[in-house]
Ligand binder design. Sequence first.
Ligand SMILES: [Zn+2]
Length: 323
Amino acid sequence: MTAVAPSERSAAAPPYRGRFAPTPSGPLHLGSLLTALAGWLQARTAGGRWLLRLDDLDAARSRPQHADAILQQLEAHALHWDEAPRYQSQHLAEYADAFQRLRAAGRVYACTCTRAQLARDSIAAVDGAVYAGTCRDAARPAARAAWRLRAGDGTLALHDRWRGELRRDVARDIGDFVVWRADGTPGYQLACVVDEDAQRITEVVRGTDLIGSSLRQLLLQRLLGLASPDYLHLPVLTGADGRKLSKQNHAAPVSAVAAGANLLQCLALMNQAPPAALRGGTPAEVLKWATSHWNPHALPQAAQIPVAAPPAEHGAAAAHLAS
Ligand SMILES: [Zn+2]
């Protein structure tokens, strides 16, 4: 099995630095709490640092009050972070610099496809829709255009520390993706690789729904000459409708008054088998147990975990606890 335990990291490896990067478009739900908890445990058991980043580039969806609420939720769950949080909206010049490097290297082109065109022309692939290349060889006016990376061809192999090697055909499975948006803001993939580099992140812990993003970011890191962190993709929690728990489908916010139970529920969902004696424990007590018992080898291999009932205010973890 693939090595994921901190003790198995090479002695020569740089100190562990992980991160949690929520979008402040609403409060944390159980799925985002699970991601935060797994990342926090990876960092703490490695004796490393756990950093916070607010993905607040989308001005239409992001709100400072949501960012504040997320920080308060993390604190209520005793998931304390190191260093000052990084707000993406404060680093636009760094993203623009990376974009200009790609542009100077001839690796981007203007795309004027509408949403309707993209919905019609995109090609289904293993990690989600791939751009059809409509604008790749056309001379498009650059004003109000999005800029896409010329992904090129060949194969790309991402080593997931838990799932093993994820090998993809660049042209077929990744395709040309947006690195600079028509509204003048950086694309998610570009901003993310600049951030991982700026924060010197050594491991990215995120959901399986972002495997396609990890591959695109690996490609960008290579093109920009940046070091690639390790990747660990966690199962995504899904609701009764089979869809990922998200702000968009109104997943319930995790409540501070049930913080201990929320953490226990996440540990149970990650097959960590927290003992029944922890029921009613404080977040600090639960995390103390979790830090000394964290076993990433026990993580479910499934890409998704259905959560039968929405997280309740109280006692939600009880049914999942090992007896
Ligand atoms: Zn296009």
